[in-house]
Design a protein around this ligand. Structure first.
Ligand code: ATP
Ligand code: MG
Length: 431
């Protein structure tokens, strides 16, 4: 029985007193996405397994080791989404969104599921904010998407986050590069981890992204993709850098970044911090020009990024970034007796209609306990309603901070007058 009151390993609860932190970062993400012309897309939490196998890539850690896959009662294999791009791409194809004009620009918030070893910054259920743009090969789009990520991170108040970019080329340059990688890694065959050994044939670039420390060390001496780019990819990368320079976005080129997913082409980038230890990548993205074709559509060059929300919150904590507290309850109405309860109920709905938070006792506590509760929730004002107040049709609203009292009539003007009071006397709000 104990099990049912324990959450599953690698998952986390967001409790009511913590959720404002999430809402703060999500609001910034929504505002920035809107400023860049992205609109939200929402897709199902599970999809056909085949979609992720094809869309994320057979040789990735995600597909090879981390997916939550199960058979439905109907005998279909479905998978909890490990990331947000495949579902969005599927929706683009299914609804033929390219007919509505290009580029297609979408943003998303998703929960993701990966069977990984839980540790700080690495969960089995985690959350991402992401951007998808389909139908442009312009380097301007790459720079714009990177700028959007940078704006979000800036507005979150993060310092010490660096941007690293790379180009991993197109299938043409990749063919030559893969040969060079195979030649290089073959010298170390007896030292590579078993997964990498299988990747050596199918997708040697994956070896650069291996998490095993030994393989990582070997990968450091590997040939660099930037020496193998074809002219077109080289030009494209040059343009991306030129746009970033002109926007004043600082970056370094890191030729070892290849990103974890198979579908990336040309530009790849990561925003990395050293504030939270090993799991320091807070945002990863790039171009995936071949993805839509891989899923059976036309050639539709695309790009995007994803940010891990848990990791961002960890960085904000580590850096002591202050997240503004939400406004507390504006008015607590304490009641004595049935008539007061009825009166309180009608006043509350009007105060709430003015956009203020208002509460009353729903537990049946005595007056003292009600006032203690008002204090505990940080109510800015309180008012006590009893038989006397009802008979006189007026009551004293008390500023819980200063103790100052203001008499208000308990009639149709109450909510509006109270609202004006909160605006003229902000001292009651302890934030
Ligand atoms: P990593 O190299 O850390 O495993 P990844 O390359 O697998 O990351 P992506 O698939 O690009 O990550 O996901 C984008 C972002 O989502 C990451 O930069 C990170 O912030 C976050 N993320 C990825 N996996 C997890 C996880 N298991 N728990 C929490 N956040 C995660
Ligand atoms: Mg990973």
């Amino acid at each position: 029985m104990a099990l049912i009151t324990k959450k599953i390993k690698g998952t986390e609860d967001v409790l009511p007193k913590q959720s404002y932190r999430w809402q703060f970062i999500e609001n910034i993400m929504r505002e920035e996405s809107r400023a860049y012309g992205f609109r939200e897309i929402r897709t199902p939490v599970f999809e056909h397994t085949e979609l992720f196998a094809r869309g994320v890539g057979q040789t990735t850690d995600v597909v090879q080791k981390e997916m939550y896959t199960f058979d439905t009662k109907g005998g279909e294999s479905v998978t909890l989404r490990p990331e947000g791009t495949a579902g969005a791409a599927r929706a683009v194809l299914e609804h033929a969104l390219e007919n509505e004009g290009l580029p297609i620009k979408a943003s998303y918030f998703v929960s993701c599921y990966r069977y990984e070893k839980p540790q700080a910054g690495r969960l089995r259920e985690f959350h991402q904010f992401g951007i998808e743009e389909y139908g442009t090969q312009s380097p301007l789009a790459d720079a714009e998407v990177i700028c959007l990520a940078q704006s979000v991170l800036d507005r979150l108040g993060l310092g010490d986050v660096r941007l690293e970019i790379n180009s991993i080329g197109c299938p043409t340059c990749r063919a030559k590069y893969n040969e060079a990688l195979r030649a290089y890694f073959s010298q170390y065959q007896d030292q590579l981890c078993p997964t990498c050994l299988t990747r050596l044939e199918k997708n040697p670039m994956r070896l650069l992204d291996c998490k095993s420390p030994e393989d990582h060390k070997i990968a450091e001496g590997a040939p660099k993709i930037t020496d193998y780019l074809c002219e077109e990819c080289e030009d494209h990368f040059g343009e991306v850098k030129r746009y970033l320079d002109s926007a004043g976005v600082a970056y370094t080129v890191n030729p070892t970044i290849v990103r974890g997913l198979d579908y990336y082409t040309k530009t790849v980038f990561e925003f990395i911090t050293d504030s939270i230890g090993a799991q320091g990548t807070v945002c990863g993205g790039g171009r995936y020009d071949g993805l839509i074709e891989e899923l059976g559509g036309k050639h539709l060059p695309s790009l995007g990024f994803a940010m891990g929300l848990e990791r961002l919150l960890m960085v904000m904590d580590a850096q002591g970034v202050e997240i503004p507290q939400p406004e507390p309850c504006a008015l607590y109405i304490a009641t004595m007796g049935d008539a007061a309860k009825v009166k309180a109920f009608s006043l509350l709905s009007r105060v709430r209609a003015c956009g203020l938070t208002a509460e009353t006792d729903v537990v049946g506590r005595g007056l003292r306990a009600q006032m203690k509760y008002a204090d505990k929730i940080g109510a800015a004002y309180s008012v006590v309603l009893g038989d006397n107040e009802i008979a006189e049709n007026k009551a004293k609203v008390k500023n819980m901070n200063s103790g100052e009292q203001t008499e208000l009539a308990l009639d149709d003007t109450f909510a509006e007058k109270f609202s004006v009071l909160t605006l003229t006397d902000k001292t009651a709000f302890k934030i």
